[in-house]
Write a protein that binds this ligand. Structure first.
Ligand code: SF4
Length: 64
């Protein structure tokens, strides 16, 4: 879950698609009671039909 501060920052910085996707995924899947940081948890997302899946944050940059 994203913090109120992160949500407020995202709302102010609406021109950053990267930030918007990162915060969306973090808000969607992150559980601070589970193992791994938020990037590791979004990397492990199994919702392959989600339109954001290919763009979700990962713990290591993709090699294209
Ligand atoms: S890619 Fe996964 S974590 Fe990101 S919004 Fe979609 S379902 Fe949620």
């Amino acid at each position: 879950m994203i913090t109120d501060s992160e949500r407020a920052t995202a709302q102010r910085n609406t021109k950053s698609l990267r930030r918007a996707v990162n915060l969306m995924c973090k808000d969607c899947v992150y559980d601070d009671h589970e193992s791994g940081n938020w990037r590791q948890q979004t990397e492990g997302c199994t919702s392959l039909t989600c339109p954001l899946w290919n763009f979700r944050p990962v713990s290591h940059p993709r090699v294209e």
